[in-house]
Design a protein around this ligand. Structure first.
Ligand code: FIX
Ligand code: ZN
Length: 436
C-alpha cells in the first residue's frame, strides 16, 4: 500500500488536497439569516474592496463619483476597467474568473459581457447558491466574524436566528472594545452594561466580562478575535505605578479572563494600519510591521490561553514562525490579505512546513463574498499541494514509504483538524482552571 513512485505520490497529493473538506476558520461571510450581511453574486464580487483599490489605479473617476453610484453601476465600472479594458491578471481579479468558471459560468461561453453572467445567476436563490458554492469549494464549515457592536447583527442574534445553519459558526469580534474604548463604553451602556469611562474600575471590568460572556454564549462563539495595529501597546512587563492603556487593562482584566473561563481561544490578527487612505473606505487599509513582543508577552504570561495568530507584514513572518516554536499555545494561521497571493502563499507555506511540520493552519480565506470561497481555496489548495509534493518526495527518496492514509491524515490536520485541536485544548484548559 505504500506509495513508491513520484508520479503516484503527485497524483495522491493532488487528489487529497482537492477533495479534503475545509473548516474555513476566518471569513466575513454569514449564514442566510443575516440577510444583507451575506454578500454574493457577480456584482458583489466586482465590488470586493481588493478590486476597488485596483480600479482606482486606472480610472479618472473621483472617489466621490464612484461612491455616489449604485451597486450595479459600480460593478459595471470595475468590470469595464479591470476586465474589459485590460486583462484581469491580479490575484483578486483572476480570482473572479476562477470562481465564475468553476461555477459553470465559463468565460469561453459568456465572454466579456457582464450581463450574461448576471442573467445566468439571476434565477438562483441565496440558499441554493450557498449549497452550490460550499459543494464546489468543498467547504465543511465556515467561521463568521460577528460583531456585537453592529446593531443589525445584534437583531439576528436576539431573535435567536444566528445559529440556524450548522455550517456557519460564530466568532466574537471585539475590535471596538479594545481599540475604541470610550466609544465602546457608550455602546455597552446602551446595551445595559454599567461601565464607566475609566476601564480600570473593578465594577467596569466585571461588566465588560459580563458583556463578553453574554455574547460569546449567545453566539456560541468558537473564539474571540481582534485585529490590531502593529504598534498596539500591550504592556506586559510595566511597573505597577505606571498607568496602563485601556487595551492592556481590557485584555488582562476582561478578554483573557473570559477566554479562560469559557475555554475559548483568543485570535489576534496583527499588523493592520487602518484608513491610510480614507477616501477608499474599506479598501483604504494598509499593512505595517508589528512589534511581536506583544504576542510573546501574552503567550508567556497566559500559558493556558490558546492563541490563534496571523500577522500581515511579510517582514514579520519569519519571526512569527520561530516564535510559534517557542510557545505551544501559539497556533499560526493563514496568509492574510496582501499575503493571500500565489507567490506569498508559496513562500510562507513552504517555510512554515520547514519549521513547524504539520503544527499550523496553512490557510483561511477571509472571504467577504460567498463565491470567493471557490477561487481562494482552489488557488490555495493547488499551492499547498505543490509544496507537499516536494516535501513528501524528499522522504520518499530516502526510503520513507508513505501511504495514502498518512497523507490524508496530514492534510486533514492542515485543513481543519489543527483548528479543531486548538478549540479542544482551550476547552481542556478551562477544565484545568476550574478543577473539574
Ligand atoms: O480585520 C480583518 O478581519 C481583515 O481581514 C479585514 O479588515 C479586511 O478588510 C479584509 O477583508 C482582509 O482580507
Ligand atoms: Zn478578516
Amino acid at each position: 500500500e505504500q506509495i513508491t513512485t513520484f508520479s503516484e505520490l503527485e497524483k495522491v497529493i493532488r487528489q487529497v488536497t482537492t477533495e479534503t473538506r475545509v473548516i474555513d476558520m476566518h471569513t466575513h461571510l454569514y449564514a442566510e439569516a443575516f440577510n444583507e450581511h451575506l454578500l454574493w453574486g457577480i456584482d458583489e464580487l466586482l465590488q470586493y474592496h481588493y478590486l476597488t483599490a485596483e480600479f482606482f489605479r486606472h480610472t479618472d473617476m473621483t472617489y466621490d463619483e464612484y461612491w455616489m453610484l449604485d451597486n450595479a453601476s459600480r460593478a459595471e465600472a470595475v468590470w469595464q476597467t479591470l476586465f474589459v479594458d485590460r486583462s484581469p491578471l491580479s490575484e483578486a481579479a483572476s480570482g473572479v474568473i476562477t470562481a465564475l468558471n468553476r461555477l459553470g459560468l465559463s468565460p469561453t461561453q459568456y465572454g466579456r459581457d457582464l450581463n450574461a453572467y448576471r442573467a445566468a445567476l439571476a434565477a438562483k436563490s441565496t440558499s441554493q447558491q450557498i449549497d452550490d458554492v460550499l459543494e464546489v469549494a468543498k467547504i465543511e464549515r465556515i467561521v463568521m466574524t460577528n460583531d456585537p457592536f453592529d446593531a443589525k447583527e445584534r437583531e439576528v442574534w436576539q431573535a435567536s436566528r444566528g445559529k440556524s445553519d450548522a455550517r456557519f459558526d460564530a466568532a466574537l469580534r471585539i475590535d471596538k472594545l479594545l481599540l475604541d474604548w470610550p466609544a465602546a463604553a457608550q455602546d455597552l451602556r446602551v446595551q445595559g452594561y454599567l461601565v464607566e469611562d475609566d476601564a480600570s474600575a473593578p465594577s467596569t471590568l466585571q461588566e465588560v466580562r459580563r458583556f463578553l460572556k453574554d455574547w460569546a454564549l449567545r453566539m456560541d462563539a468558537l473564539y474571540l478575535m481582534v485585529s490590531l495595529p502593529g504598534d498596539a501597546g500591550y504592556e506586559h512587563n510595566k511597573a505597577a505605578s505606571v498607568t496602563s492603556s485601556s487595551l492592556t487593562i481590557l485584555l488582562d482584566g476582561a478578554v483573557v479572563p473570559v477566554c479562560l473561563e469559557l475555554g475559548l481561544p483568543l485570535a489576534l490578527m496583527i499588523g493592520v494600519r487602518r484608513q491610510v487612505n480614507p477616501l477608499l473606505r474599506l479598501a483604504g487599509d494598509m499593512s505595517m510591521r508589528s512589534d511581536l513582543s506583544l504576542l510573546e508577552g501574552i503567550a508567556k504570561r497566559y500559558t493556558n490561553l490558546e492563541l490563534l495568530i496571523t500577522v500581515l507584514a511579510r517582514e514579520n513572518q519569519h519571526e512569527l514562525t520561530v516564535l510559534s516554536r517557542k510557545f505551544r499555545n501559539i497556533t499560526l494561521f493563514g496568509c492574510w490579505w496582501f499575503l493571500h497571493t500565489e507567490s506569498m502563499i508559496r513562500e510562507l507555506t513552504a517555510f512554515r512546513v520547514e519549521l513547524l511540520g504539520t503544527s499550523f493552519i496553512p490557510q483561511h480565506s477571509d472571504c467577504r463574498v460567498l463565491e470567493q470561497l471557490i477561487n481562494k481555496w482552489d488557488h490555495s489548495r493547488g499551492i499547498i499541494a505543490d509544496i507537499l509534493i516536494s516535501k513528501y518526495n524528499r522522504l520518499l527518496k530516502d526510503g520513507w514509504g508513505i501511504t495514502e492514509e498518512e497523507i490524508r491524515r496530514d492534510v486533514e490536520a492542515y485543513f481543519g483538524g489543527n483548528f479543531q485541536r486548538v478549540l479542544d485544548k482551550a476547552k481542556q484548559n478551562r477544565q484545568l482552571i476550574q478543577g473539574t
